[in-house]
Design a protein around this ligand. Structure first.
Ligand SMILES: C[S@@+](CC[C@H](N)C(=O)[O-])C[C@H]1O[C@@H](n2cnc3c(N)ncnc32)[C@H](O)[C@@H]1O
Length: 214
């Protein structure tokens, strides 16, 4: 099924990206050696470009991982822009803190350790961009919770919405993945007649949803 996503076009898109810097290469090497999933190059580039266009004051990210996406977005923020990023795993968060420190973008980034599903209920600020990159089966629930946190004309971006391509043909290697795949498919189809939000699916990497609050 992975073939569905690995087209000649994807390879071409990757080939025209800017060369990676030493830190990006270091994070990717660590991710590969430690089996940590991070956003793909073309997705990092997409996040950077959208951040540059939108010029947000505040971004919320759920799923810091190694901070690869956090650093990509921070690079395009203006000097007053801030990112709040939430990560469930303490060790992962510490590693991200190390990479963020090295990136020189630390002043723009506030890291919160905890479960995004709980932390978002405690936040008392609103955001111009929310980037979802955690708990793929629960994007629908995150969207509901994020609604009051998103400014008017705010956008939500969500990575891996095709889940290895399984969401396209509703095929998955194990039965226990079924709920996650079906939840994601329902999440995407739910935008057909959604009065509050509109979605476009950008087929980069494992699929990125770009969602606009009307
Ligand atoms: C795909 S990785 C994020 C990669 C990251 N955006 C990057 O590019 O480096 C997903 C991360 O979400 C975290 N995660 C999963 N469920 C979460 C939750 N409920 N709240 C916060 N983080 C969560 C995982 O521990 C994992 O590090």
């Amino acid at each position: 099924m992975k073939d569905l996503l690995e087209t000649e076009l994807q390879n071409f898109i990757k080939s025209i990206l800017p060369e990676k810097n030493d830190l990006e290469l270091e994070i990717q090497k660590y991710a590969e050696e430690n089996h940590v999933s991070i956003v793909e190059d073309e997705v990092a580039n997409f996040l950077k470009v959208i951040t540059g266009i939108k010029k947000p004051d505040k971004i919320l990210e759920i799923g810091t991982g190694l901070g690869f996406s956090t650093i990509s977005m921070a690079k395009s923020l203006g000097s007053n822009g801030k990112i709040t990023t939430i990560e469930l795993l303490k060790g992962r968060m510490e590693k991200a803190a190390y990479f963020i420190e090295k990136s020189g973008e630390k002043e723009k980034i506030k890291m919160i350790h905890g479960d995004g599903r709980e932390i978002i209920n405690q936040l008392d600020e609103t955001f111009d961009i929310i980037f979802l990159d955690a708990a793929k089966g629960q994007y629908g629930k995150f969207l509901e919770k994020c609604d009051s946190l998103l400014n008017e004309n705010g956008i939500i971006m969500a990575d891996n919405v095709l889940i290895n391509g399984w969401v396209v043909n509703l095929e998955y290697p194990e039965r226990r993945k079924k709920t996650m795949v079906m939840n994601m498919r329902n999440f995407l189809e739910g935008f057909r007649d959604n009065e509050k939000y509109e979605l476009t699916l950008v087929p980069l990497g494992d699929g990125v949803a770009l969602i606009r609050k009307r």
